[in-house]
Design a protein around this ligand. Structure first.
Ligand code: NAP
Length: 349
């Protein structure tokens, strides 16, 4: 199969680098076009990028020129990991010009006609793009993935919500520093410290969770009928967001029922055997002190959500811990899986 050429907006950033790394040997997609700010435009990727991924920069990426973020010469499929200060307008400009923009940025996630997608959770929401193209008169489209904290929460909630319904969710996060981009949180603020504030994060988790677990009706998403409260904290961890979660259900369940729902959970990416799909979207650890970032963050190449410590909650009903990789499953890997689902379902033809 001839590979589909792809471009990356924000290619020099933390998430952009993950895209380059994850796409290096991708069976369907090939990186051909890169763009970033005018600080980087005009240089080669090797010159412009302060590479921060452990694996070496792919040899094929280093000589590619970095362009300005203007449509025209770019391939049809564009991944976006632009700073959210500029992503909103640039992504619209690309979609208007006919590009399929698969975005990590928060700007369009809650637009009523933009799919906020986790292929393992709400693949049917992709159909929203029909209304989007019709209403906005775009030849292209914008599809988004959730915030890096929302994704682990929702992947762990989806199997439970499908079987027992959700009434209430409380989530306290311990979020890695790489979630703040590069150079991110100053060393003197985070070393030996916990910062109990991440601007806008709690609101994003609370609203995105209800959209993701909502129902698609009449080309709109009816928000999930449950309440969410999020506490978000920054901790001195490099990669991996850990979350303490308490839930109240609509119908009673035993611990074994919840664990079984997690274990057997499969969805469209697994049926379609998409290249980036985790075989097990949710992995259950039995040990009393897992999941831990140190051991579990790279499970299924960073694409699985790892859960454990399921036990009764005296305030709600059940409580547990979840962990997911914020720059892979929470960002570049999430967008890549979105694009793979779109290709499999004929949205890139
Ligand atoms: P980052 O490391 O700060 O990278 C930002 C990128 O945007 C860089 O390529 C930068 O180019 C480019 N950029 C900045 N200002 C620009 C401008 N005026 N015009 C054009 N390009 C510009 O950020 P990141 O962590 O990769 O995050 C990227 C996006 O993904 C953000 O919207 C973020 O909220 C979202 N996200 C991040 C994570 C995560 O875990 N890090 C997870 C989910 C979603 P230069 O290098 O040339 O400045």
């Amino acid at each position: 199969m001839k590979k589909l050429e792809v471009g990356i907006l924000g290619a020099t950033g933390m998430v952009g680098q993950r895209f380059i790394s994850l796409l290096e040997h991708h069976p369907w997609f090939e990186v051909k076009w890169l763009a970033a700010s005018d600080r980087s435009a005009g240089k080669t990727y090797g010159e412009a990028c302060n590479w921060r991924v452990r694996d070496a920069m792919p040899k094929s990426a280093a000589p590619l020129p970095v362009h300005e973020c203007k449509p025209g010469s770019a391939p049809k499929l564009i991944f976006s990991s632009l700073d959210s200060k500029v992503a909103g307008e640039i992504e619209k400009e690309f979609a208007h010009a006919g590009h399929v923009v698969v975005s990590n940025s928060s700007n369009h996630r809650m637009d009523a006609d933009v799919p906020l997608l986790i292929p393992d959770v709400n693949p049917d929401h992709l159909a929203l793009v029909r209304a989007q193209r019709h209403e906005r008169k775009w030849k292209g489209m914008i599809v988004t993935n959730p915030n890096c904290t929302t994704i682990g929460l929702v992947m762990s909630l989806a199997p439970i919500e499908r079987q027992f319904g959700l009434a209430k969710v409380m989530m306290t996060s311990m979020q890695a520093v790489s979630g703040a981009g590069y150079p991110g949180v100053p060393t003197l603020d985070i070393l030996g410290n916990i910062i109990p504030y991440i601007g806008g994060e709690e609101e994003k988790v609370e609203r995105e969770t209800r959209k993701l677990l909502g129902k698609l009706t009449d080309s709109r998403v009816e928000m999930g009928n449950f309440i969410v409260s999020a506490h978000c904290n920054r901790v001195p961890v490099e990669d991996g967001h850990t979350e303490s979660i308490s839930i109240a259900l609509r119908t009673p369940a035993q611990a074994a029922d919840i664990a079984a729902a997690w274990r057997k959970y499969r969805s469209r990416p697994q049926e379609l055997e998409l290249p980036s799909a985790p075989k097990h979207p949710v992995i259950v650890r039995e040990e009393k002190d897992r999941p831990q970032v140190k051991f579990d963050v790279d499970s299924e190449r960073g694409m699985a959500t790892v859960v454990g410590r399921l036990r009764p909650c005296p305030v709600l009903e059940w409580k547990y811990t979840a962990l997911s990789h914020n720059t892979i499953r929470g960002a570049a890997g999430a967008a890549l899986l979105n694009a793979e689902l779109m290709k499999a379902d004929g949205y890139l033809d």
